[in-house]
Write a protein that binds this ligand. Structure first.
Ligand SMILES: C[S@@+](CC[C@H](N)C(=O)[O-])C[C@H]1O[C@@H](n2cnc3c(N)ncnc32)[C@H](O)[C@@H]1O
Length: 278
């Protein structure tokens, strides 16, 4: 386990993922009934953009920094900016701290909602625990993500969102995920699942969707944003999120938002974006 998210905190992929996370939690909050948020690869929850690891490549410069500088963003992006600003306020500083997925969820959760965070890296787990131990709504576990899916699904609330955000250190990790997702869906059929994946080249992604369609018969939304052409296997050209059981009208809500993100984040207007039911 070599991956450390602090190298990438606040980059275009984080922005894309976290805006969709805000949309999904907002949708769950349309009803008063409590929901459970399971974050299978939680990371540390809060990132200091001045950390030497983050400063090495400064990926946030083509991510959150551009979003904060944009004018008149769509409402959903403004909601996301509010989450980021809340992280700054909580840390008494300006534009220095970036919230990870657990901190964004925490900011949006109501008293009746609950979160379960699993993280396998022992150092990251310690930081994560330190960041959230005081919040009685949040359980933090040193646990493998895929064991956690078995242990924590279905949640007692029978309403929930599962964010699966692996580091993809193994080259075949995406291929394994269709079976893992299918198994999770059999445990908790009506849950909302959001799986993030990288796009370096598109062929493995197409193979993944073929397998997912064969294994899972629930409504699914495919959302992708590439800010560079998808023809190099070496760098992160784009990324996507598969949503199983997408909330009503999510596709309509996201169309202008992802278009706006591409405009803001694609440095030379290369790449593409796409949102479609699959
Ligand atoms: C992409 S980062 C997560 C970022 C976080 N979701 C966010 O948006 O702020 C992936 C995290 O998964 C952790 N990880 C890697 N393999 C894991 C596993 N099998 N189970 C749980 N966590 C794992 C890594 O240590 C890393 O912190």
């Amino acid at each position: 386990m070599n991956y450390r998210h602090s190298y990438h905190a606040g980059n275009f992929a984080d922005v894309f993922k976290h805006i969709i996370l805000v949309a999904l939690i907002n949708a769950l909050k349309q009803k008063d009934k409590a929901f459970c948020y399971l974050d299978t690869h939680a990371g540390v929850g809060m990132y200091d953009l001045k950390d030497p690891t983050t400063q090495k490549i400064k990926e946030y410069e083509n991510g959150i920094e551009k979003i904060l500088a944009s004018s008149n963003p769509p409402k959903l992006i403004q909601d996301y900016i509010d989450c980021v600003r809340a992280a700054h306020a909580a840390n008494h500083t300006n534009c220095r701290y970036y919230p990870g997925s657990p901190a964004i969820a925490q900011h949006l959760m109501r008293p009746q909602d609950r979160a379960i965070l699993t993280e396998l890296h022992p150092d990251d787990f310690k930081l994560l625990k330190n960041n959230f131990h005081y919040d009685k709504r949040i359980g933090v576990h040193l646990q493998d993500a895929y064991q956690g899916l078995k242990a924590f699904l279905p949640p007692k609330e029978r309403r929930g969102l599962i964010l699966i955000d692996p580091p993809y250190e193994k080259p075949d990790e995406l291929a394994d995920l269709s079976a893992i997702l299918a198994h999770a869906v059999t445990r908790f059929e009506t849950g909302i699942y959001a799986l993030w994946y990288p796009i370096k080249v598109i062929q493995p992604v197409e193979r993944f969707y073929k397998a997912v369609k064969q294994n899972i018969s629930r409504p699914m939304l495919r959302i992708e944003l590439s800010i560079y052409p998808e023809n190099s296997g070496t760098q992160l050209n784009g990324c996507g999120i598969l949503i199983i059981n997408p909330p009503w009208k999510l596709e309509e809500e996201l169309q202008p938002v992802i278009a706006n993100l591409w405009e803001t984040l694609s440095p030379t207007k290369q790449g593409r974006y796409e949102i479609k039911m699959v």
